[in-house]
Design a binder for this molecule. Structure first.
Ligand SMILES: [Zn+2]
Length: 271
């Protein structure tokens, strides 16, 4: 019988909610570990204690962000198993690379790999029958930061035909109404898109102006995060020939001022 154990890493915060969920999935006497999180010794010991009676087969990551992946390589070395992921990142180097449709067996269970870019372009979800380990593609109770809205929406729609009973997110609690939540996620993003298109049509010429229009009712402390989200929408609109923006070289996620000042242009007939 397959069992799922959730271990909460002690890294609560704005982006991580209560902290990162590490999952130990076991079947018979074998297990895999998903998203061991940042390098935190008390968490490392909790994972080792949880897998003590089991034969670990792999340490795998949903994506390489710093709240999910940095402990994967050291833990895999310590357990003498391979570390798996889609690609290398700043604090992660996979021993084996997963591709969409790959499978990983342990005990009598099989994990299926789904490539789900959007939150990050190296993002994977893992399906085990009617269960899905979603990383930051779908979160329990807090909103997902999206890098690019086109692949993100495609990656959400891809989950809709799947017969899923439960989602195990990278942050927050399990989700037992997956299709309802996925449909809400899509609807919410499309509503925002309509509002952003409206703001551009009404003359908003920068990302900051769009945020001030569309997110007028939202706590200003969140406006810089909103700007990140607007850029993700603009990438989709550009992709569809509906708007354009000056895609200047951002100094990373923290370059709020650069992002805020980014120029936005409607395309003729596009809005
Ligand atoms: Zn995360």
């Amino acid at each position: 019988m397959t069992e799922v154990l959730r271990l909460l890493a002690p890294n609560p915060g704005v982006f991580t909610g209560p902290g990162t969920n590490t999952y130990v999935i076991s079947d018979e006497d074998e297990c895999v570990i998903i998203d061991p999180g940042p390098v935190i010794d008390v968490h490392r010991r909790a994972i080792l204690a949880a897998t003590d009676e089991l034969q670990p087969r792999a340490v795998i990551v949903t994506h390489t962000h710093s709240d999910h992946a940095p402990m994967a390589n050291p833990l895999a070395t310590e357990l003498d198993v391979p570390a798996y992921g889609y690609a290398a990142g700043p604090d992660f180097d996979p021993d084996r690379r997963f591709r969409d449709g790959d499978h990983l067996g342990f005990g009598r269970a099989t994990l299926e790999v789904l490539y789900t870019p959007g939150h990050a372009d190296d993002h994977l979800c893992f399906r085990l029958d009617d269960l899905l380990f979603t990383g930051d593609h779908v979160k329990g109770g807090s909103s997902v930061m999206v890098e690019d809205m086109s692949p993100y929406l495609r990656s959400l729609r891809r989950l809709q035909p799947l017969a899923l009973r439960r989602l195990y997110p990278g942050h927050g609690d399990e989700i037992d109404n997956p299709q309802e939540v996925i449909a809400q996620y899509i609807e919410h993003r499309l509503e925002r898109e309509t509002e952003i298109v409206g703001a551009i049509a009404a003359g908003a010429e920068t990302v900051g102006a769009i945020v001030e229009d569309v997110y007028a009712g939202v706590d200003p402390a969140l406006h810089l995060l909103a700007a990140y989200s607007v850029v993700a929408h603009l990438k989709k609109l550009r992709n569809e020939g509906r708007a354009d923006f000056v895609d200047q070289n951002m100094g990373g996620f923290e370059d709020h001022d650069g992002r805020w000042a980014m120029s936005v242009m409607p395309l003729e007939g596009g809005t």
